[in-house]
Write a protein that binds this ligand. Sequence first.
Ligand SMILES: [Zn+2]
Length: 254
Amino acid sequence: MTLQPSKITIHTVGDSQVAVHSFGALDAPYALISVHANETTAIEAAKLLIRRGRPLVLHTLVHKTSRRVSVRFGTKTITVDPNRIFTHQGIAVELDIRRFPSRSAWVPPITQLAAELVARFEIPSRPVAISIHNNTQKGSLTVHHYAKGKPQQKEASDVFAAAENDPDDFYYVTTPALFQQFKTMGYNVVLQHGQATDDGSLSYYCAAQNIPYVNVEVEAAGASMRTNQKQTQMLMILDAVFVWNKLSGQPQNV
Ligand SMILES: [Zn+2]
């Protein structure tokens, strides 16, 4: 049976609309956020956990089943990566304002959309923001990309990779406490650097706002079901990491 959304909101940007569909109990103790509509392995894993009764709500951005969101302004259509619009700098790069200064007019509506999404994803009102992502191509983004001498090295202040783990699957966090927890449990984890590049991503935004952030990054499922199970497992590990205080409903040690 298909899981039906508990809540749907429509957000207007330029002459286009995007929706946010939420699944599960809206008052659940923690929320998962999916901004990339094409990363269906992550979305299906979260829905599976909701069907199994895990206490979470899933917020998904819904437009086309693509990574980038198409936005029409009159006769012009541009696409933006929805995980690059949470800062002014990120939006400026996405719109390529340096080459196309006239696109500055589109900054306010996209800034407004980002603010609506932040509120709709409950980022200010939850103790931790949890994103779910898939890396689509084998080896396209792995925990090793953040190691010393590697392209993403300056984006990370600490990296832990266990030899027995698939390098495509890792947690990406913004606080040393979260890093330590995943490391102690033996899972691949990357700690975002305090001076990471402002790319307009939700992880950069949350770090700047002092909101603890976790991204559960898993290789997308191909023909095999194995990776689906892996994402499900990695989401279930969050249950163990966030030891919920039954009285306050607050996670400890984030
Ligand atoms: Zn993604």
